[in-house]
Write a new protein. Structure first.
Length: 365
């Protein structure tokens, strides 16, 4: 991974909205000096599993970035985290003035209020940057308002390979949705933040940047490691992730059509046609795996899971529609009905959603 980043193999795709010309993405990423970027980690844990590993990561990360952990964990866990991370990171509660139903957005917004650097990395608690990836993100943010890198699971148990099939198909058809972004802090406040009353907050952020005329850069060759969830969490995420497709109607319609098509093929004994369709899905995933040097981080076995993942998503798409008709999908004690807003509806909004364009100057604790 480091060699790929260090030799300028970004293979990215710029998506430009509005009339805000900027310089193109920077070239080679040199060594990252101390605290060139700020790193915002929104966190909400129910237990201590993984605390030692995360603490070790934060210790290394703090050598290369100013780290802000916005911790929405219950009091006893928050206090334990504060004790372990004292002197390593800025460790705070989410701003109580923020009332978004999606707690991650409260954490991101609070962290960006406290950030000082213009280039900010936002990352979930299972994302693991190395210095080269941080330097790569910093370089690309010189020419974009939002940078979308590529996550890859490491290690790779069977369920991570299954979920990697989704990543490969997304790469083949456009771009994946990672658990981390690079963001220009000033532009975040200029656009007024983003709506946190949606489930698919990553897509909401992307679409808000586009709606406000920002430059988004896809970097399929900027690989950032991600820890896989445990098996129970993997299963619990199936319907919730399918619910995200309600914000992408064409994609949702495609998945809703899969089960009827498979059922019709089985009823008519068209097994050869079904086998060819499965082979085409595997081929499409393999094309995504080979894009931008992906064979370095994605195993070939993940492509074989692609038909299985399509059937899973096709099944869960129907369950997601049922959840929508029932009032939304459960999330952290709430029911979120909307997956994300369209770019068109965001463009119609005259004023930003989030208070405090001057950011950290207006924090109230």
């Amino acid at each position: 991974m480091t060699r790929m980043i260090g030799t300028r193999r970004w293979a990215g795709t710029a998506r430009v909205s509005g009339a805000r010309p900027m310089a193109g993405p920077a070239g080679a990423a040199g060594p990252l000096s101390r605290h060139v970027v700020d790193y915002v980690l929104p966190l909400r844990w129910d237990g201590d599993a993984g605390l030692d590993e995360l603490t070790a990561y934060l210790k290394e990360l703090s050598r290369h970035a100013r780290v802000i952990v916005v911790d929405g964990s219950r009091d006893e866990l928050f206090d334990r985290h504060a004790e372990r991370w004292r002197g390593l990171v800025t460790h705070v509660r989410p701003d109580p003035g923020l009332r978004f139903a999606n707690g991650k957005v409260n954490g991101v917004t609070t962290g960006l209020r406290l950030a000082r650097a213009q280039h900010v990395v936002i990352a979930d608690d299972d994302v693991r940057y190395d210095p080269a990836a941080l330097a790569g993100m910093d370089a690309l943010l010189a020419g974009a308002h939002l940078v979308r890198p590529q996550n890859h699971f490491d290690p790779l148990p069977w369920h991570a390979r299954w979920d990697t099939a989704r990543t490969l198909l997304n790469r083949a058809l456009g771009a994946d949705y990672p658990g981390t972004f690079g963001l220009r802090r000033a532009f975040f406040w200029e656009m007024g933040g983003y709506d946190g009353d949606v489930l698919f907050e990553n897509l909401e952020l992307i679409r808000t940047v586009r709606a406000r005329g920002g430059v988004e850069y896809h970097a399929p060759g900027l690989y950032v490691r991600r820890l896989p969830p445990d098996v129970s969490r993997f299963w619990s995420q199936r319907v919730r992730q399918a619910y995200d497709d309600l914000a992408q109607p064409v994609r949702l319609a495609l998945f809703l059509s899969v089960l009827p098509a498979v059922a019709a093929g089985l009823a008519r004994r068209r097994f050869g046609t079904l086998a060819v369709a499965a082979g085409l899905v595997v081929g499409l995933a393999e094309a995504g795996r080979r894009r931008a040097g992906g064979r370095r981080v994605f195993p070939w076995t993940a492509s074989l899971f692609a038909p299985v993942w399509v059937l899973e998503r096709a099944t869960c798409a129907w369950l997601a529609v049922g959840a929508a008709l029932g009032g939304g999908v459960p999330y952290a004690g709430h029911r979120l009905r909307r997956a994300a807003h369209s770019v068109r509806s965001l463009r119609r909004r005259p004023e930003p959603l989030s208070p405090g364009r001057d950011g950290y100057a207006r924090l109230t604790w």
